[in-house]
Design a binder for this molecule. Structure first.
Ligand SMILES: Nc1ncnc2c1ncn2[C@@H]1O[C@H](COP(=O)(O)OP(=O)(O)OP(=O)(O)O)[C@@H](O)[C@H]1O
Ligand SMILES: [Mg+2]
Length: 306
């Protein structure tokens, strides 16, 4: 089941002051299946927040349509099942952590003992139990993000939108947030994450999309993004014999890097090594990081736009 489906979703911001229109999202098509962690990556101004706001009915599409949990985004009732952590969220500084959650719980139609119980569970989950009665003005950035995450989960949503959830959070706090997200996924929740912290996205997301200037450049699994299908490292036993007739780069450690068109070519190269009596110890498919992939995709799209 697709929990998010968009068809030709487009958003153009126009202001009466400025003549120019901003194409924040252009013909955006995406399906996200239930139970996955999806990461939307893109540079500043790519349109990530705009997409989330469209899906949540905070702003309206110029063209196209979308459904969340199989209901049209104009159906406000569906929000009962949705959680949202906005980017740069701020809570009134005079409220205590527990009071913030109570306020949002009541907005979600919860009250009484059930709400009190839920608040304590969530504070426990985000490790803020001992800060329940402290005003949020004394919270650090990391604590505010964790409180925001608790807020997004107050109504036990099936679909959770998190806009830059680990922004300003230190490495230990980020690991804690990742663990919470994995735990939510194990409970069949769907998580839609906006981020520019690529190394982090790589660790937890099932699928990623790369957005630039409102356009979805590519979508797929992290593995698809990072696997260099055509490049291999061949590790051999030390030898004075050199292999033959194909392009390779010899590494300082004595291994060979080869680029091949397909698996048949790889095997021809292996035959060549073997025919010269060179013993192969390892054949390693090479990978790039998500960050390298991201930068090359964005650069390529910038070149094509010129
Ligand atoms: N309310 C608005 N009115 C006019 N333009 C807007 C509005 N909101 C966003 N934009 C513009 O739309 C484009 C996409 O913005 P958006 O906030 O969706 O990007 P983003 O990918 O979330 O960026 P960031 O990583 O900085 O959060 C930008 O050019 C932005 O200036
Ligand atoms: Mg944003």
């Amino acid at each position: 089941m697709n929990v998010i489906e968009t068809k030709g979703l487009t958003k153009v911001y126009s202001s009466s002051f400025k003549k120019n229109k901003i194409q924040a999202l252009v013909d955006f098509n995406l399906n996200v299946e239930r139970g996955v962690i999806f990461g939307l990556l893109g540079p500043n101004g790519a349109g990530k927040t705009t997409l989330v706001k469209l899906l949540l009915g905070i702003t309206f599409p110029t063209a196209g349509s979308a459904t969340i949990i199989e209901k049209d985004i104009s159906d406000y009732k569906i929000k009962e099942k949705v959680g949202y952590l906005p980017e740069n969220h701020k809570y009134p500084s005079y409220l205590k952590g527990g009071e913030v959650l109570k306020f949002f719980g009541k907005l979600s139609g919860m009250n009484g003992v059930n709400l009190d119980k839920r608040i304590d569970e969530l504070l426990e989950l985000v490790k803020l139990s001992q800060w329940k009665k402290t005003k949020v003005k004394a919270y650090s950035k990391g604590m505010m993000q964790r409180l925001g995450l608790a807020q997004a989960l107050i109504n036990d949503p099936d679909l959770i939108f998190l806009d830059e959830p680990t922004d300003g959070v230190d490495p230990i706090g980020r690991k804690e947030i990742r663990d919470i997200l994995i735990e939510l996924k194990n409970r069949s929740k769907t998580i839609f994450l906006n981020s520019h912290l690529l190394s982090e996205v790589e660790l937890i997301t099932d699928r990623v999309g790369i957005l630039n200037k409102g356009k979805l450049l590519r979508e797929g699994t992290v593995k698809e993004f990072t696997e260099k299908k055509e490049e291999y490292k061949l590790v051999v036993d030390s030898t004075d014999t050199e292999p033959g007739n194909f392009a390779y780069t010899k590494q300082p450690d004595g291994s060979y890097l080869v680029k091949v068109a397909d698996i048949a070519e790889l095997n021809r190269i292996i035959d060549d090594f073997r025919s010269k009596g060179i013993l192969l110890r390892e054949i390693v498919p090479l990978k790039s990081t998500l960050e390298e992939m991201f930068i090359s995709l964005i650069n390529e799209s910038e070149r094509n736009n010129k």
